[in-house]
Write a new protein. Structure first.
Length: 483
């Protein structure tokens, strides 16, 4: 949603708070309503509920150094529990419509890069250590200072890049776009559908969902995204019962045999904070922790800025309200994720789906977190939404976030080039962190080349040096002999 639309949609003076809950979360003050917050919380949950299926698959499919695997049921419980608790804490403590759960990408690093070098307890201990170090950075003010040091155009570029990124995620998750296998001997990395053409009922559900969502948005129907998700889930259930479909992917849309499932908390507390140092070299451990911190640090930064910008919550200087608390809670989520063996938990860009439905406060997190808590017992019922029904929301929100591109001055190359690289690298490398790093490095280099190095905040210099190490981590590891 563009900024002029947001301003136009809001009353010139906020109406008085209806009750104490309204006052606490500033619902009326931010131009929202309880209805919008509830719809937003529902939309956010349904667009990120896939993590209840995907995180156990990723972590459960890997073996540690000793050949041990984590139990899938226990992983599902841990994933839902951490998401529920930390999302509610973010809502109450941070008052942002920002849900948290096990971070994709980070869980893959844990499963396939860290666990093979040590035990699962040691690997999860590194996650706890990473979260604690991030909390230290927050308490010292360094993490917040870095975010404030970023020029406003780069913050806008981060939001736009995230919009393209999550739209791309939606296309890929739904099977509308797929990776061409390396065996095809082609330089084209992706293609339409699975064979270069669209085929199958699941993709049709996605396409119809996109058309329904954009139609409802164009008509400015309240609850457009949530209506689309629910409608297409019902359509998918009907199609699945009538047609012979080989696979819907991670989630099959069918009425479950059992509605209630018992949670298993067996993984909680199984971590060893410093055990990794006894399993591999100290240099390797330091590099692993560095990679986790950098990835988590800037992924969260991009997500918080992008969600806050789309919700119209940034102040005149482009700052996020209550940023210190938000970042501290995000760091604590990493600690909680490691302590529960659910991998590092972080802020979810899918929260943008809730913002698209009108969420502006942390009250929507109570809805999202409550549904994750229900998922501890009702997992079969709450995970029937297929990706093909939820992914259109990501495409629609991608468009809404893309509208901020008009605020960037494309005639000033010292701003335009870093902004372009930030926007392009995120979807092209499937990483928010990579896009932010490319933008930072380009901004610093161009300013220096133009003889305006003094205009660069010293924290941007430091962050750029860290990103240089981040991008060159492979040759550095080779030089240090850890590969």
């Amino acid at each position: 949603m563009s900024e002029p639309q947001k301003v136009a949609d809001r009353p010139s003076a906020p109406p008085p708070a209806a009750n104490s809950i309204d006052r606490f979360f500033k619902i009326s003050a931010r131009g929202s309503t309880f209805g919008r917050e509830i719809r937003g919380g529902l939309a956010t949950f349904f667009t990120m509920a896939y993590i209840l299926v995907l995180n156990p698959i990723i972590l459960g499919s890997a073996k540690d150094k000793f050949g041990h695997q984590l139990d899938t049921v226990q992983l599902t419980t841990a994933t839902a529990l951490v998401a529920a608790v930390m999302t509610v804490i973010m809502g109450v403590g941070g008052n942002l419509p920002l849900a948290l759960a096990a971070g994709l990408g980070l869980n893959a690093v844990v499963a396939f890069q860290i666990a093979p070098l040590m035990s699962w307890d040691d690997a999860m201990g590194l996650i706890v250590l990473e979260g604690l170090l991030i909390c230290v950075l927050v308490v010292t003010g360094l993490r917040e200072a870095v975010m404030h040091a970023i020029p406003q155009p780069l913050k806008q570029a981060i939001s736009v890049g995230i919009g393209l990124f999550i739209a791309f995620i939606g296309f890929v998750d739904a099977g509308f776009v797929s990776r061409i296998p390396d065996a095809a001997n082609t330089t084209v990395p992706v293609q339409l559908g699975g064979t270069g053409a669209l085929g199958g009922w699941p993709v049709l559900v996605f396409c119809l969902g996109v058309l329904l969502t954009i139609g409802l948005l164009a008509r400015k129907v309240k609850g457009a995204i949530l209506i689309s998700i629910v409608t297409m889930t019902i359509v998918a259930i009907i199609i699945n019962s009538a047609a012979d479909i080989k696979s819907w992917g991670l989630t099959t849309p069918k009425v479950p045999d059992d509605v209630v499932a018992s949670p298993d908390f067996g993984l909680l507390g199984h971590f060893s904070l410093f055990g990794a140092f006894g399993q591999t070299s100290a240099i390797t451990v330091v590099l692993l922790v560095f990679t986790l911190i950098l990835s988590d640090f800037f992924d969260t930064m991009g997500t918080v800025v992008g969600i806050s910008a789309e919700a119209g919550l940034l102040d005149e200087e482009g700052k996020v309200p209550g940023l210190g608390r938000v970042l501290l809670i995000d760091g604590a989520a990493a600690v909680a994720g490691g302590a529960a063996s659910a991998s590092s938990s972080t802020s979810y860009i899918e929260s943008a789906a809730g913002v698209g439905e009108g969420s502006r406060t942390g009250f929507s997190n109570l809805v999202t977190g409550g549904l994750f808590a229900l998922a501890l017992f009702l997992t079969p019922l709450l995970t029937i939404v297929p990706l093909q029904a939820a992914a259109p929301a990501l495409v629609a929100v991608g468009f809404l976030m893309m509208t901020q591109v008009k605020h960037i001055d494309w005639d000033r190359y010292e701003i335009a080039i870093p902004a372009f690289l930030t926007i392009a690298v995120m979807p092209f490398t499937y990483s928010i962190t990579n896009g932010i790093g490319a933008g930072f490095l380009a901004y610093v280099v161009i300013k220096a080349v133009l003889g305006r190095a003094k205009e660069i905040h010293w924290l941007l210099w430091g962050a750029s040096v860290l990103f240089l190490v981040y991008f060159a981590i492979d040759p550095i590891e080779q030089v240090l002999g850890v590969k």
